[in-house]
Design a protein around this ligand. Structure first.
Ligand code: C5P
Length: 309
């Protein structure tokens, strides 16, 4: 075990949650010169996600476990090592290694920001493990270079997303509203969803929310908001419509919508008993779907936690 040769040195591992990102709305604007579309989105985070551990080591290694590990190995699209190397490059003179374990609990390429959440959790965890003490602004800059969703995932709290998604503004925490997440197990590549987009709300239609106290405040705020990517994603994968219909059908579901570029959809509930009942019924009716009941998380959900060495 690491540290046994140096009993006087307290060797600690860090455990970090990489929470699922939920886009409560997502409006698409113009296609920009760099090929990306301008976006406007309100993102929140769930109380569930991938779990990551960072332990001191001479080399940088990554082990992937958990229910979606196979999918990820096949996709080869995880940004974890890229994030670690980008952070280590800030201190090129120091030999910075880490044994990283990723427990992949979230479906892959699912609109929940999973890969971005893992990259962001790596930045948070390694900044702590390596005692870099980098200012937030520097870590955010590294995050923006890694991908559009990584800065929002770095904050892991309600935030307003602009630009291609990389410009983020943290917002006040929301109450722990119950949500259920449902993924029908279909991969919808983000690029294809954007390519099939033929109606856009545009940016500027919404302002960040100011005072969300009850679920009805949130529903009223989202009254004219949509996810512009939902229609093209449903054309590519009509089963998403079945997911939305199943959520809409559930008593107590006050809003059902797709997150990101899909295929995961969320159902928002006022009361947890209704969310739990809905999740149970949908999972029973569709055993092949991934169904989880959770909550919108508070602001410290992704904070690194010390593990005994
Ligand atoms: O962000 P990511 O690299 O996963 O995006 C995949 C593709 O989706 C991009 O190459 C682009 O075609 C499209 N996209 C876009 N506008 C965005 C984000 C993604 O057009 N804001």
């Amino acid at each position: 075990m690491a540290g046994q040769d140096h009993p006087s040195v307290a060797v600690r591992a860090l455990s970090v949650l990489a929470p699922a990102k939920i886009n409560l709305f997502l409006h698409v604007g113009e296609k920009r010169d760099d090929g990306y579309h301008a976006l406007e989105s309100l993102a929140v985070f769930a109380e569930l996600g991938d779990r990551m551990e960072f332990a001191p080591a001479a080399e940088l290694t990554l082990n992937i476990a958990g229910p979606f590990a196979q999918r990820l190995a096949a996709e080869k699209n995880n940004l974890v090592l890229g994030a670690a190397r980008a952070l280590a490059a800030i201190r090129p003179d120091e030999p910075l290694g880490a044994a990283i374990v990723l427990e992949k609990n979230l479906p892959v390429a699912a609109g929940l920001g999973g890969g971005s959440a893992d990259a962001a959790a790596s930045l948070r965890g390694l900044n702590g493990l390596w005692h870099l003490d980098l200012p937030d602004a520097d870590v955010l800059e590294v995050a923006a270079r890694l991908g559009s969703d990584v800065p929002a995932c770095l904050l892991s709290r309600p935030c307003w997303m602009e630009g291609r998604g990389e410009r983020v503004r943290p917002l006040p925490a929301m109450p722990r509203f119950p949500v259920i997440l449902v993924n029908p197990g279909i991969l919808v590549p983000t690029a294809r969803v954007f390519a099939d987009l033929n109606a856009r709300t545009g940016t500027g239609a919404m302002q960040p929310p100011t005072d969300i106290r009850t679920v009805w405040d949130l529903v009223a705020y989202l009254d004219h908001a949509v996810n512009d990517l939902e229609a093209p994603a449903c054309r590519l994968a009509p089963m998403i419509e079945d997911v939305l219909a199943a959520l809409d059908h559930e008593p107590g579901c006050v809003l059902a919508q797709m997150s990101g570029s899909g295929a995961t959809c969320f159902g928002l509930f006022e009361q947890q008993e209704f969310a739990l009942g809905a999740a149970r019924r949908i999972a029973q009716d569709h055993p092949e779907w991934w169904v989880r009941a959770t909550h919108i998380a508070g602001p410290d959900i992704g904070a690194p936690r010390l593990q005994p060495g």
